[in-house]
Design a protein around this ligand. Structure first.
Ligand SMILES: O=C(O)CCC(=O)c1ccccc1C(=O)O
Ligand SMILES: [Mg+2]
Length: 361
């Protein structure tokens, strides 16, 4: 557990990087409208490309620089040129994802994730800038009212301070009854998570008689060293996303080396990217929680004829997916935007090429 995975000559981690021009032979940049604002955005842009083995996605968020974006490119290239290995299961339980909406919108969001009685868990965004704890409590309460048997999770995206997080989680735990599965990245960083775990234990914040569990998200996907969380005992479980971790194979290694329970989640990917998340969830030997891969339900339009929307609380592991040419055309970005994405691709490719060279040296 002491090496950064990038420094390990692990299984299947060395590859032939395709040239940029080869990637661009069949590349499409789309802008997809969201139904509800998410991460402050109302549209999601993505570059999709076809390799010999199938489609891959490159969709780092607009503000991401080349260093961070290189991992996203690595994941997309893995999909098209490397493949994902053999699944251990055919269906993945899927949580609903609840953006920071007012309570009167909760029901309409939930119903997009299939019959509400079948939803195994709901991940609820909290600590949204500009909102208050009362907004979070009201949203939690409404979810609990509509799906009283679902597990509940709160995702603060690191938005609380330590001093805010303890009373906030105490409140939400009351509302959730025994159904509070975990709090995702309630505070930013790794050490603060470890401190919060102690503070919650001292304050006796619990669900179903056990201390409230803490999940690390940004502390894994945006960290120089994604395993520090595990080494410091800063979380009970980790959220793993294929694109920022550089692919299915690397994400698998991180989970294995962390030795913690893992929840696979999307990065608000199109259905092309979600297929990679499902491939990862299908390969994890132990999958104790529903995964956050139902986010196609938050899109007004997607690129597949049949987007990967959960039904009966599940998504089938699709293997290969094929975007519809009509959707790719309909949601195509402007030529200027396309050039911007190609420049991003080139910059990320350069970083990735240097990284892979370093590995081989
Ligand atoms: O986990 C889920 O339910 C959906 C994915 C999700 O919330 C997300 C999507 C894009 C960027 C960040 C996040 C996040 O978990 O913080
Ligand atoms: Mg999160």
């Amino acid at each position: 557990m002491d090496d950064h995975p990038a420094g390990r000559a692990g299984r299947n981690l060395s590859w032939q990087l395709p040239e940029v021009e080869e990637i661009l032979v069949q590349a499409h940049v789309v802008s997809l409208p969201l139904r509800t604002r998410f991460r402050g955005q109302t549209r999601r842009e993505a570059m999709l490309f076809r390799g010999p083995l199938g489609w891959g996605e490159f969709s780092p968020f607009p503000e991401y620089q080349a260093g961070e974006s290189a991992q996203w490119l690595r994941a997309g290239i893995e999909a098209g040129w490397q493949g994902w290995g053999e699944p251990l299961r055919r269906h993945i339980p899927i949580n609903a994802t609840m953006p920071a909406v007012p309570p009167e919108q909760v029901e309409s969001v939930l119903t997009r994730f299939g019959a509400v009685d079948s939803i195994p868990a709901v991940k609820i965004k909290v600590a949204e800038p500009g909102q208050t704890l009362e907004d979070d409590v009201a949203r939690f309460r409404e979810v609990r009212r509509l799906v009283p048997h679902a597990g509940l999770r709160a995702d603060a995206n690191g938005g609380w301070s330590l001093a805010e997080a303890v009373p906030a989680l105490e409140r939400l735990a009351e509302v959730a009854g025994g159904n509070f599965e975990y709090a995702e990245q309630p505070v930013a960083g790794v050490e603060p998570l470890a401190q919060l775990r102690e503070a919650l234990a001292d304050a006796g914040v619990s669900s179903s008689g056990s201390p409230l569990r803490i999940a690390a998200d940004e502390a894994v996907r945006k960290a120089e060293d994604p395993l520090r969380v595990a080494r410091l005992g800063a979380a009970d479980l980790i959220v793993v996303k294929v694109p920022p971790l550089g692919g299915v194979e690397r994400a698998l290694q991180i989970v294995e080396q962390a030795g913690l329970d893992a929840v696979v989640s999307s990065a608000l990917d199109t259905s092309v990217g979600l297929a990679a998340g499902l491939a990862l969830a299908a390969r994890l030997p132990h999958l104790p929680y529903a995964c956050g891969l139902g986010t196609a339900a938050l899109f007004e339009h997607d690129v597949l004829e049949d987007p990967l929307i959960p039904s009966a609380g599940l998504l089938a592991v699709p293997g290969a997916v094929e975007p519809s040419p009509e959707m790719l055309r309909r949601h195509r970005v402007s030529p200027e935007r396309e050039q911007w994405w190609i420049a991003r691709l080139r910059a990320a490719h350069q970083v990735l090429a240097a990284e892979l060279l370093g590995l081989r040296a």
